[in-house]
Every structure is written in structure tokens, then in C-alpha cells.
Design a protein around this ligand. Structure first.
Ligand code: ATP
Ligand code: MG
Length: 407
């Protein structure tokens, strides 16, 4: 197990922000501190890169997992602080020469402390000859067996051998707030992840058809939200009982319009919740043409009931890409557990692929759509969702059998 006392994380897009850079950096630092809560962090500072100092050695794997959830970080580097002057660097190399095994090597120095008395090229060369004498390895700058990176920073000289990519994006909390329609399927958790990756904080809304179906989807969505919240900390899940509204749509509207009418009804409720919770946009997991309800025509008919922007972060992804991302995020295993989705409840045989707003409006004349939106908003149950603790492996809820057969 690799132990370390310091880790450095690099950021890229945050550094490109002009006048707002301070705000982005402060948010990033706060998110790093939150992600590392529970570990013995002594100091988190920011001289061009995020430098974390621990008061006692911690497992690199633990730190890597946690920092991989902090959007805005581009590279994660397990480093060793060797001292402040060149002699410290040479001494470290002498003490660790036996760990530099191979036939060729390269020293790659970066000097961000411009007061350091040697240039990075001088460090490369001087340290390179020392390593050559100590180990007998030859210098190979193109494909060496061993790479030794040296960072000359204002706060000291660091060395490292390897780095891993961070999650990229922008720090959560820098781009406003969104409400994610979270279904328990594969796509919407990925959409939530991508919205957070662009710096938004997310609340969630889930529609279920209990007691006509089981409430397994609710527990599943809650579990998924806990995994997602590792990226952003606590947020809220609004759980909306949607079954009676669906039954009215089934009873009073044309069968082939059902799915689009369900979505429009969901969006009306979501928008009310979004306004109440100061969310500035709605996020869905729709991808273009993936299923009948996701044609451009149907999306247009759905969006006509919205006043807030409807963001669809996975719109251009195919299913395999979405699945690959879901696996990486850790939501896939939960998403594929069987549950009865409210949209498979009372699903039409042949859903329309080319609905128009006008056709939907005509169908909705028989329904009290605003009344439903108002009622469901009030009936929505609010749940506080804490991030899944780091000690826990992602736990899967046990799916329950359907309690009432679907007619
Ligand atoms: P997902 O895998 O996210 O369920 P999907 O490919 O199954 O998506 P649909 O079932 O048509 O597609 O749903 C499209 C989007 O509508 C979902 O991604 C989600 O954002 C939203 N949605 C669908 N059902 C629900 C639900 N029961 N509660 C909340 N949002 C939902
Ligand atoms: Mg679905």
C-alpha cells in the first residue's frame, strides 16, 4: 500500500477564468476539503496547484478515490516533499536510488518558483548526471523506463513518479443549481453527473407509481443519489406520487400520446419544485432517438410546457457510451437492478414518435393539468440525501416484487 504525506492536484479550466478566478479557486479548495473529510488533513493550499499536506501518512488509494470526485481537478499526483534547496533533492535521490530500477531514465523538472537559483534545465542535467553515476542507467528522454518528475514550487521541492487523471470539469457550486429528473434507469444518473461536472449543484426529483407498483424505484434512486452526491455533498430528493395522474391520463387521453403527456406532466411538477428550490434549469437523461419519446418532435412537444431551460447532457451519446460512463461513476450496477418504472406502468402499445404541442394540448383539455401540477408539487415528499460514506462499498437495494399487477 502506497502511503503519502502530500498530494498535489492540478486544475486547468479554473485557471483560465479571468476576474472570477478567485471564486472558482475558493470553491475548488472548499470541495477538496469536503472530499477529504475524515482524513488527517493538516493544510490545503493553493500556490498554482492544490497542495494537500497530511499530518500523518495516508493511503494514496484512499486519497485518489476521494479526489476523483472533485470536479475541477485535472491531474492527481502523489508527491514527496524533499526539502527546499537543491542539495535536499540530491540527498533524496541518493537515499532512494535503489528504487529507481531500469536501464534508462529521464528527469523532468518544472520550476514555478522563479526565485529558485537553478533553471529547470540545469536541474534536469545536474540531477541526471547524479542518477547516472548512482544507478548506471542511461538518459532517454523519449521513452525512459524510469521518469522522475521534480516540481520546484514556492513552498518546497516535490518529486513524483506518476500521476493519474482527475475528473476534469468545473467545481460544483460555480455554475448555479439544477433539478435532475432521476428515474432509476441508466441515463439520468449519467446526465446528473455531467451536469455536476460543469459546476452545477443538483437536487433530484423522482416520480413513482406506488401503490400501483412497488416503491423499489424510490429506494433505488435514493441509493443512486447517494453515490452521485459524493461529487457534491448533501442535496435533496423530491419523491412524487405519480400513479393517479398517470391513471387519469390513461383514462382520458389518446393511448399513443401517453408517454409524452406523462413527461409534460412531470416537467410541470419539476418546474414548480425547481422554482421553489431556486434551481435554474431542469436536467433529463434523454438521448436523441434512443426511445420513442426521445425524437426531436416529441422533445419539442415536451419542452413547450417548460419555462426553465431543459438540459439534456447525454443527448449526443449512444447507449454504449452512456453505459461506460455509468460504470465508471458507479451507478450502473444499481441502475440495471429490475424495478417497475412509472413509465412502464401503463405504457402504450404504440407510442407516437411525432407528437405536436397542439395535439398534446388538445388531449390535455380533458385533464386538469395545472391542478395536477399544483397537487403533486405539494404531495412531493422531500428527502435529504447524504453522500455515500467512503467506508461503505456501493450497496445495492433489494428489489421488491410488484405489489399490484399492472393492468
Ligand atoms: P433513464 O435511463 O434515465 O430512465 P430512459 O432511456 O429510460 O432514461 P425514458 O424512460 O424515456 O428514457 O426517460 C427519459 C428521461 O425522463 C429520463 O432520463 C429521466 O430524466 C426522465 N424520467 C423518466 N422517468 C422518470 C421518473 N420516473 N422520475 C423522474 N424522471 C424520469
Ligand atoms: Mg427510463
Amino acid at each position: 500500500m502506497e502511503l503519502l504525506s502530500h498530494v498535489i492536484a492540478t486544475y486547468h479550466e479554473v485557471a483560465l477564468k479571468g476576474g472570477n478566478r478567485g471564486f472558482f479557486e475558493r470553491t475548488l479548495l472548499r470541495n477538496v476539503r469536503t472530499a477529504l473529510k475524515g482524513l488527517p488533513v493538516a493544510e490545503v493550499s493553493l500556490p498554482a496547484r492544490v497542495v494537500v499536506r497530511f499530518s500523518q501518512p495516508v493511503a494514496w488509494n484512499d486519497v485518489r478515490l476521494r479526489l476523483s470526485t472533485v470536479f475541477g481537478l485535472n491531474g492527481l499526483i502523489p508527491v514527496t516533499l524533499v526539502g527546499t534547496i537543491y542539495a535536499d533533492l540530491e540527498r533524496w535521490v541518493e537515499e532512494h536510488a535503489d528504487q529507481l530500477a531500469g536501464t534508462s531514465f529521464a528527469v523532468r523538472c518544472k520550476r514555478s518558483d522563479k526565485r529558485f537559483p537553478m533553471t529547470s534545465m540545469e536541474v534536469d542535467r545536474t540531477l541526471g548526471s547524479r542518477i547516472n553515476v548512482l544507478t548506471g542507467m542511461r538518459v532517454d528522454l523519449t521513452s525512459p523506463d524510469v521518469e522522475l518528475h521534480v516540481l520546484l514550487q514556492n513552498d518546497g521541492i516535490y518529486v513524483y513518479r506518476h500521476r493519474v487523471p482527475g475528473p476534469g470539469g468545473l467545481p460544483v457550486g460555480t455554475s448555479g443549481r439544477v433539478l435532475v429528473l432521476l428515474s432509476g434507469g441508466i441515463d439520468s444518473p449519467v446526465a446528473a453527473y455531467l451536469a455536476m461536472k460543469r459546476g452545477t449543484k443538483a437536487h433530484y426529483v423522482h416520480f413513482h407509481s406506488a401503490p400501483y407498483t412497488s416503491d423499489a424505484s424510490v429506494r433505488k434512486v435514493e441509493e443512486i443519489a447517494r453515490i452521485l452526491n459524493r461529487h457534491q455533498g448533501p442535496s435533496r430528493l423530491f419523491v412524487v406520487p405519480f400513479g393517479d395522474c398517470q391513471r387519469e391520463i390513461v383514462a382520458l387521453a389518446p393511448e399513443k400520446l401517453r408517454v409524452v403527456l406523462y413527461r409534460r406532466a412531470m416537467l410541470r411538477v419539476a418546474e414548480r419544485i425547481a422554482r421553489r428550490t431556486r434551481c435554474q434549469a431542469i436536467v433529463t437523461g434523454e438521448s436523441l432517438n434512443q426511445v420513442a419519446s426521445q425524437t426531436l418532435e416529441n422533445m419539442a412537444a415536451i419542452d413547450r410546457v417548460a419555462h426553465l431551460p431543459v438540459l439534456r447532457p447525454v443527448v449526443g451519446f449512444d447507449k454504449q457510451e452512456i453505459i461506460a460512463l455509468a460504470e465508471r461513476i458507479g451507478t450502473y450496477e444499481l441502475s440495471i437492478l429490475p424495478h417497475q418504472d412509472c413509465c412502464s406502468f401503463l405504457q402504450p402499445q404504440h407510442p407516437a414518435t411525432r407528437t405536436t404541442h397542439r395535439a398534446c394540448e388538445a388531449a390535455e383539455a380533458a385533464l386538469d393539468v395545472d391542478g395536477w401540477a399544483r397537487r403533486l408539487q405539494h404531495e412531493a415528499e422531500t428527502r435529504a440525501i447524504l453522500p455515500l460514506p467512503w467506508a461503505d462499498a456501493p450497496s445495492a437495494p433489494v428489489p421488491e416484487p410488484v405489489t399490484c399487477p399492472v393492468s
